[in-house]
Structure formats: structure tokens, C-alpha cells
Design a protein around this ligand. Structure first.
Ligand code: SF4
Length: 488
């Protein structure tokens, strides 16, 4: 059996994370022949230069809704009919947004993987070994959704070890992190920020045992002569052996790098450990400067925590802080944007270079944010511009984040249903990113400005058949609490 793992983005992005090596390793462990393909390698695979049509299974991993169109582009470029019914390879898709709401891909994927690949891949290979019709036997099993039945998310108790596939690693220099080991250290997050897909749909929080993580880093670093190790996992600040893993990476003679941290959990020891690894920039999801809105979105912590973390970071030798900011939060007013700008100014006064990234909040299925809805293209543009102008006044230039038009399309796909499938295909045929989408929306008589997806309490949602872990009541309770926080 031959499988191709497809990442619907260019190699530079697709091979930067930990997902592609993980999927490759899981398929290899099943003794199947596995290759990789990216948006810029199609119509052929990276290793054997085989057309995607020549595989038995095409396994897509999708990180953002925006990549749905690229998924279809990869099929079209390989001469594969993007919609069902069709003959040829079985087309499977998984990843965080498919786990939360696979419905927009109902007429494209043969089966959606809901949950962890560690659980799904062995069973997928076993079923496919019985002939491709064997895949149907997975219907009703945890983790496999055939778009007509109820489905429970599959959860793995462990994070599997991933090796870097050798052919793909030959060009590793060209990835976002360059010549680096990339190791998933934690999965899920113990928190439940009310807008976060990871918090709500990747429970429970799991840690890779430190020995396993270190041996994976060592092995990957040796295989690509890496000078750096990238630690991956949204809940990384919670890692129980955070300082120790930093220290041990140091003894391997490589530098370390990690994504965003939670300000209220950072302390001097952690910061010193990060500095020892060569990290000079502290990256934080600050989201807002308004404590009231922070409460409403369930982010926890306060502006004071943010400032205290930056102060500690400066003392530990950090020279740059990168802050992620959101616009379009529930109940947000102009004063809240001003508070955010004030907080950023206060950070800058602590003698660090500040880089800010402004992004519109994109509501996600299976989180309380589904009830807040999306503020719409116009408001997202106005608020992002206002906040950027306020930041300029305090001497901070905001780097462009997700554009308001892209955020609008993502919100539509995030909270949308199977009626969007044809539009996704048309957008892939049209090409040209947001411009292509605008043309398609026009053809369907939809104005970008009118797209404000939202679920009303009690209303049926496209993802109702997906059970990510018995969270429905809690989602509703947390939504009401977010509304209460806005009233107080
Ligand atoms: S702390 Fe970060 S990863 Fe965890 S739930 Fe909140 S936003 Fe998500």
C-alpha cells in the first residue's frame, strides 16, 4: 500500500512544523510505503516524483481553514476530481480545524479523521489492507467521520515520536526555522480560553516524557546537523519540566526556540532557561489590554501580569518582545483598543523593542466563541486600522497579521457547513487567494461585508454530529460566563 501525506501549503511552511514528520513516522511504523507532497511539489510527490493519483491513500493534514482551497488545488493539479463520487485513491483529511468542523469538506474528503493521528493511522492502514472498500468498515469507529453519522474524537494517551524523513530533510534549510529539530513536547492545553481550538478540542493536556523528547531532539539534530531545536505545543509554558528540558537541550550543543508563552506563568527561572537556549525574543499572546475583555474571553491573567513578565524578561536579558493582539472581541469598544495601545506603550517603556501583530478574532466551532460570532469584514478592518494607528502614536509599528478579508473567509469556513464545498472548489479553480474568493462570492451573490457567521444558542450547528469530548454543556456555560463578565 502506498500513502502520500499532503500538506496544502508550500514546503517551506509545511515542513516547518512537527505534524508532517509525525504522520510520516506513524505511516512508516505500519510498514506502508509513505511519501510527502506539498503545494509546490504537485502534481508529484517529493520523494518518488509520483503523481498523487498513483497512491492508494492521500492523507491531508490541514492546520487552518484557509488551506481548504489549497487542498483542492493539489487534487486538481494532480488530475483528481475534487468532489465525490470519484474513482482512485481514498482521500483522508485531519488536523485541528477538520477535527472541530469537517463539514465544509463533506463533498471532498472520503473520510475525515477527528482527533489524534496516533489512534487513527494504525486502524486506517489495517482497514485499507483489506482492500480499499475496507475503509467503510471504519464507519462508526471513534475518530473516523464519513459525514453522515455521529462521531467521537479519538484521543491518544501519548504523543508519538517523530523522525525527520530523509528526502524531505535535504532541503530543510528552506523551511521557516531552517536547519532545526522540531519536536512536539506537549499536546493540548490545561486552560480553556474561550476562543481557543486547542484548549477545547485537543484535551486532555499531554506531555512527552523528557527522556523521549530529548532523544528525539538528539536524533533529529544529528540527522540534519541542526544547530537549533524548536519546541512545539500551544501549552508549552505548562510543561512540568520546562527549565530542565531547556537545560538539557543546551547540553546537546543546540539552541532552542519556542512559540508564544503565557505571561502569568512565566517566572525568572523559566526566562533564564530560555535565555540560556539563545532565545532573545519573548513572544506572548497578550490579546487585549482590557482586563474586562480578558475576563470575558477567559484568557486569565491581567495587564499587570504582562508587564511583570516583560520586566522579568528584560532583567533576564531579553531585548525584544513580540505581542499578539486581537480585535473583534465580544463587547469590544474603542476604549478597549486604547487600553491595548496603552499596555503596549507601557511594555515599550520597559526598554525593549516591541513588535505587535494584530489579528481579527476568528470564532471556532466547539468553543464559546461560536456564540460570539465574527464581527464582519468592515468592523475587522476598521478596528485593526484604529489599533495600528494608536500603536503608531506610541511608537510601535504593527506587523500585518491575518488580513480582514482572509479572516472573514476563515470565519465563514470555521463556522460553515457542507454548502461551502462547491465554493471551495470554485475558489481553488479561480486561484489568487482572497481575490479569487471575492469573485466566487460575487458569483454566489454574497458580499464579503455581509459574512458574519455566528451560532445562536439552541440553533443546530453543522458540527453537531462531532463529539470532541462531551463539551457541549460546558461550551454554553462558558459562553454565558463570558456575557456575565461583560456586564460586571
Ligand atoms: S493558554 Fe493558549 S493554548 Fe491554552 S487554551 Fe489559552 S490560548 Fe489556547
Amino acid at each position: 500500500m502506498r500513502v502520500v501525506v499532503c500538506y496544502p501549503a508550500p514546503y517551506r511552511v509545511g515542513f516547518s512544523g512537527a505534524t508532517v514528520p509525525l504522520l510520516y513516522s506513524l505511516f512508516e511504523a505500519q510498514g506502508v510505503e509513505c511519501e510527502l507532497a506539498f503545494l509546490d511539489t504537485i502534481p508529484v510527490s517529493l520523494e518518488g516524483k509520483r503523481n498523487l493519483r498513483d497512491f492508494d491513500i492521500i492523507a491531508f493534514t490541514v492546520q487552518y481553514e484557509w488551506e481548504y482551497v489549497n487542498l483542492v488545488k493539489m487534487l486538481l493539479a494532480s488530475g483528481i476530481k475534487p468532489t465525490k463520487p470519484r474513482k482512485g485513491p481514498i482521500i483522508v483529511g485531519g488536523g485541528p480545524c477538520i477535527t472541530s468542523n469537517p463539514e465544509p469538506l463533506a463533498n471532498i474528503l472520503d473520510v475525515a479523521v477527528v482527533g489524534d493521528a496516533e489512534e487513527a493511522i494504525p486502524r486506517l492502514c489495517e482497514a485499507a489492507a483489506e482492500g480499499l472498500s475496507g475503509i467503510d468498515s471504519l464507519m462508526g469507529e471513534e475518530g473516523f467521520y464519513f459525514f453522515s453519522e455521529k462521531c467521537r474524537r479519538a484521543v491518544s494517551s501519548e504523543i508519538a515520536e517523530a523522525k525527520l524523513p530523509s528526502v524531505a530533510s535535504e532541503r530543510i534549510e528552506a523551511t521557516v526555522y531552517g536547519r532545526a529539530a522540531r519536536v512536539e513536547v506537549v499536546r493540548g492545553c490545561p486552560m480553556l480560553c474561550r476562543y481557543c481550538l486547542i484548549g477545547w478540542t485537543a484535551k486532555p493536556y499531554r506531555e512527552k516524557p523528557i527522556e523521549k523528547a530529548i532523544s528525539e531532539i538528539r536524533e533529529q539534530a544529528e540527522s540534519v546537523q541542526a544547530k537549533k531545536a524548536v519546541l512545539i505545543g500551544a501549552g508549552l509554558t505548562f510543561y512540568s519540566r520546562f527549565e530542565e528540558i531547556c537545560e538539557r537541550i543546551g547540553t546537546l550543543g543546540v539552541e532552542g526556540s519556542m512559540a508564544s508563552i503565557r505571561p502569568e506563568l512565566i517566572n525568572r527561572e523559566k526566562l533564564i532557561a530560555m535565555r540560556r537556549l539563545g532565545q532573545k525574543t519573548l513572544t506572548m499572546g497578550v490579546e487585549t489590554g482590557s482586563d474586562k475583555l480578558r475576563d470575558a474571553i477567559g484568557r486569565g491573567g491581567s495587564s499587570e501580569d504582562v508587564l511583570a513578565a516583560v520586566q522579568e524578561a528584560v532583567e533576564a536579558g531579553f531585548s525584544k518582545v513580540k505581542v499578539y493582539l486581537l480585535v473583534g472581541l465580544p463587547g469590544e469598544r474603542e476604549e478597549d483598543l486604547a487600553e491595548t495601545a496603552k499596555l503596549v506603550e507601557e511594555i515599550r517603556r520597559l526598554n525593549v523593542r516591541v513588535q505587535a501583530s494584530i489579528n481579527p478574532l476568528i470564532p471556532k466551532a466547539h468553543t464559546p466563541s461560536q456564540y460570539w460570532g465574527f464581527i464582519g469584514y468592515r468592523e475587522a478592518s476598521v478596528r485593526a486600522r484604529k489599533l495600528a494607528a494608536m500603536l503608531r502614536k506610541v511608537g510601535v509599528k504593527a506587523a500585518p497579521g491575518i488580513s480582514p478579508s482572509e479572516a472573514t473567509i476563515q470565519a465563514m469556513l470555521s463556522l460553515g457547513g457542507r454548502e461551502l464545498g462547491d465554493m471551495i472548489v470554485k475558489a481553488a479553480e479561480a486561484g489568487r487567494g482572497a481575490g479569487g474568493w471575492r469573485r466566487v462570492l460575487r458569483a454566489y451573490g454574497i458580499k464579503l461585508e455581509e459574512i458574519k457567521p455566528k451560532v445562536d444558542v439552541g440553533e443546530e450547528a453543522p458540527w453537531d454530529r462531532i463529539d470532541v469530548g462531551g463539551t457541549e454543556k460546558l461550551v454554553l456555560k462558558e459562553y454565558y460566563e463570558s456575557m456575565n463578565a461583560l456586564r460586571t
